[in-house]
Design a protein around this ligand. Sequence first.
Ligand code: ADP
Length: 153
Amino acid sequence: MKKAIFPGSFDPFTLGHADIVERGLQLFDHIVIAVGYNEEKRGWIPIAERVRALREFYKDEPRISVEQYNTLTVDFAREQGTPFILRGVRSHKDYEYELQMAEINRELAPDIETVALFTTPELSSLSSSIVRELAHFCRDIRNWLPKGLTYNV
Ligand code: ADP
């Protein structure tokens, strides 16, 4: 069985993330959405709530599971027994960042492969930080999240 972890902050999980998961399932039999801590990003939704909401959302999807992790991503991939890290790329800015992460991860763990999928063009401007900003100004964010995904915040 081919399995990958899809690591990220997912604060919140957007239509862009859901699209990467859905398309990733054409390549992998199982995807573990790995909700992690990002030093650079200030948290909005508590991590436990991000995990709870995603588990609830994907509860009828046996090919998708959701885990929290607090270690290096390559260590978490090993823990999950997979050599594949799935990521998404929206722009040249993402590309620079993803390349840097992939290079560092390769340095740390040459046996682990990063697989990146390019965004669906309609979703290329969508980011968790924009959704957080809209929420901060009390705008309805439901259009940017997968239908049925709800957070208790
Ligand atoms: P991180 O905090 O690790 O950057 P994010 O939660 O922001 O994690 O994103 C997780 C992954 O999803 C990253 O690879 C990011 O580039 C990708 N991603 C985020 N939004 C989109 C989108 N709209 N289209 C495609 N990929 C996306």
